[in-house]
Design a protein around this ligand. Structure first.
Ligand SMILES: CC(C)(COP(=O)(O)OP(=O)(O)OC[C@H]1O[C@@H](n2cnc3c(N)ncnc32)[C@H](O)[C@@H]1OP(=O)(O)O)[C@@H](O)C(=O)NCCC(=O)NCCS
Length: 195
């Protein structure tokens, strides 16, 4: 299955995305500098200029098998009205990124990766918390994502941050591995309803 098909698969369930109510959504992002695990890092919104760094990082993280192509990144980076991609640099090295789409009531994390050399230092947690906050700012009721069923490290990270497994998407990935859909509820009344 091609990369474009994978992307369509990912987004076909959020086809209410272009609903006019989405007008209130803000994906504005001001760059800032932070320190994580002793490293001084620059955090900024990704643009087309980051495309080749994003591809290099994916190549490094997925050992040559790249879930997203240059076209995929380019397409996503252009959708600035409802999508936000954030990159983290140490000097001129891209060390991690996260992307999300914002709907009227739901945000969906489309991609996250941290360079293997920088993993386990809190950058993934930082990026997820940043997007969770952005979803809260946009009054989203929840933020969701898909993760490979065999990606135990990522699943643990997500559940530590409050994501709960909801359902399985069969044969979701290129190699036919299933995905687990996970949701983190952001509104107190939703949490109460569910308890
Ligand atoms: C999943 C991922 C984004 C997490 O990013 P990260 O920067 O490593 O995350 P954190 O440093 O915040 O660590 C989160 C947890 O994972 C653990 N961890 C991260 N990297 C680790 C490693 N190389 N070895 C062992 N544990 C590791 C951390 O110890 C931490 O667990 P803890 O909270 O119990 O201490 C990153 O591992 C990654 O890019 N993986 C490959 C791509 C991928 O799987 N993306 C997710 C697609 S859904």
């Amino acid at each position: 299955m091609g990369q474009i098909a994978i992307m369509l698969k990912k987004f076909k369930n959020i086809n209410h995305f272009f609903h006019p109510d989405n007008n209130h959504i803000s994906t504005d992002f001001s760059p800032f500098v932070t320190t994580i695990g002793g490293e001084r890092l620059q955090v900024m919104q990704a643009t087309d200029n980051n495309n080749s760094d994003l591809l290099d990082l994916e190549r490094e993280v997925y050992k040559g098998e790249m879930p997203w192509s240059s076209f995929s990144f380019k397409t996503e980076l252009q959708k600035t009205k409802n999508s936000l991609y954030v990159v983290v640099y140490q000097a001129s090295t891209l060390v991690g990124f996260i992307g999300a789409r914002f709907l009227t009531r739901e945000a969906h994390i489309t991609n996250i990766a941290v360079s293997p050399v920088f993993q386990g230092r809190g950058i993934g947690t930082f990026l997820l918390n940043l997007m969770i906050q952005k979803a809260r700012d946009n009054k989203c009721e929840c933020i969701s994502l898909e993760v490979r069923i065999d990606n135990d490290r990522a699943k643990k990270l997500y559940s530590d941050l409050g994501f709960e497994a909801t359902f399985i998407r069969k044969n979701y990935y290129q190699d036919d591995v299933d995905a687990v859909n996970m949701v983190c509820w952001l509104m107190p009344h939703k949490l109460k309803e569910r308890s």
